[in-house]
Write a new protein. Structure first.
Lengths: 193, 200
């Protein structure tokens, strides 16, 4: 139980994929303009990440290892992720056409969110079990969602703040992101290993 | 698999990728059939927000086609009868930024005004008004209900005696501002006060 908690905390906070490992920056900057769309995006990404890490574990250990074609892992993981994203898109369009419209191109672009592929590949390197891989994906997704929502909330406030003209827009967003990243580096002492 | 080139290696690689592709493709196909929804209910929601005047000022032959165009990404600000309220409602619904009204209608919030002494009571403006903001009867003087008028200026063209003006809308009571006058002591002061008023 303790170990599971450690995996969650270490992926969500200590090795946060966005702010510490710098993966998945595209949706981080792209969908964080409004809190609502950030929430939708983080839900969709959580779904995809968890499902994709579990599915890629199954594909890797059930198919690639027995057939001795482990060198195909990157391309097969991409196929797996693309399929999961397509499935998510079908679901989102059905459940909330509005969210589908708001997320727009960023929904299919979860496929190229390197955090998703990163989780699948990194959990292989760590030689985790199936359950731990899924948990690792869930932890990464929770970390991503938390960062995205926090950042979107900050940007909504920044939109109304009195910012010097040269810093408006993307500039102040970048500064904010780097300050957040600095803050999250502070978690590195929380869990050893 | 000692040698560098092996048919088995290539075949298994191709087979694995093809297998994965076909499996996931089939699963996705099943999912899309299973979860097939009705055709874009968002258009209905947009259409419900438009004023349904069917005036065509947006450049589309009615409100429904404009709703479809908005859904395809067209601008929100092409509906003068709807005015600011519709733009804000649409921006809220679609999560876009509200933009000021397109074209000359954006410059000022105007309202139709009938110079009643000249009105001959032809009822042509009544028929043209998309929001029923003009009251009157045949051969009787007509007038505009200011609260109802959207400033679409559709009534100006049909008037045979050109007695309809577009005037700036008077402020509602809750935005009423007291007129501050500085007591005029000498004649030049009076002049100054007037020019200050003009600049306000």
């Amino acid at each position: 139980m303790n170990e599971l908690f450690l995996i969650l905390v270490s992926t969500a906070l200590v090795n946060n994929f966005v702010l510490v490992q710098f993966l998945g920056l595209c949706p981080f900057m792209g969908v964080s303009n409004k809190l609502e769309s950030a929430l939708g995006m983080s839900l969709a990404t959580t779904f995809v990440l968890t499902l994709a890490s579990a599915a890629s574990y199954v594909v890797y250990h059930g198919l690639l290892v027995p057939l001795d074609v482990t060198y195909l892992r990157t391309i097969s993981f991409i196929v797996v992720i693309a399929a999961v994203v397509q499935f998510t898109e079908i679901m989102v369009r059905q459940l909330s056409p509005l969210l589908h419209q708001v997320l727009g191109i960023f929904l299919p672009l979860i496929t190229t969110n390197c955090a998703v592929l990163g989780v699948a590949l990194l959990s292989l390197n760590r030689e985790l079990s199936f359950f731990h891989t899924t948990l690792y994906g869930l932890g990464a997704a929770l970390g991503f969602s938390m960062i995205l929502v926090l950042f979107a909330a900050m940007r909504e406030r920044l939109a109304n703040a009195d910012i010097p003209t040269p810093f408006r827009g993307a500039a102040i967003a970048m500064v904010t992101a780097s300050l957040m990243s600095l803050a999250f580096l502070g978690f590195s002492g929380l869990v050893q290993g | 698999m000692g040698d560098i080139f092996s048919w088995w290696g290539i075949l298994s690689a191709v087979g694995v990728l093809t297998g994965i592709g076909i499996t996931f493709g089939a699963l996705l196909g099943m999912a899309s059939v299973r979860f097939k929804g009705e055709e874009n209910p968002l258009v209905e929601q947009i259409d419900a927000l438009l004023p349904q005047t069917q005036c065509g000022q947006c450049g589309y032959p009615g409100c429904r086609p404009y709703a479809e165009a908005i859904n395809q990404g067209d601008a929100l600000n092409k509906c003068p009868p709807g005015g600011e309220a519709t733009i804000h409602a649409l921006a809220d619904l679609l999560g876009r930024e509200p933009v000021p009204l397109d074209g000359e209608a954006a410059s000022e919030d105007s309202v139709a005004f009938i110079r009643e002494a000249e009105c001959i009571g032809c009822t042509k403006c009544i028929q043209a008004c998309p929001v029923d903001a003009i009251i009157g009867a045949a051969k009787q003087m007509h007038t505009v209900i200011e609260d109802e008028c959207t400033g679409c200026d559709l009534c100006v063209a049909p008037c045979p005696v050109d007695c309809i003006d577009m005037l700036p809308r008077s402020k509602p009571l809750n935005q009423w501002q007291p007129v501050v006058t500085i007591a005029p002591i000498i004649a030049s002061d009076r002049q100054l006060t007037r020019s200050q008023h003009a600049s306000l």
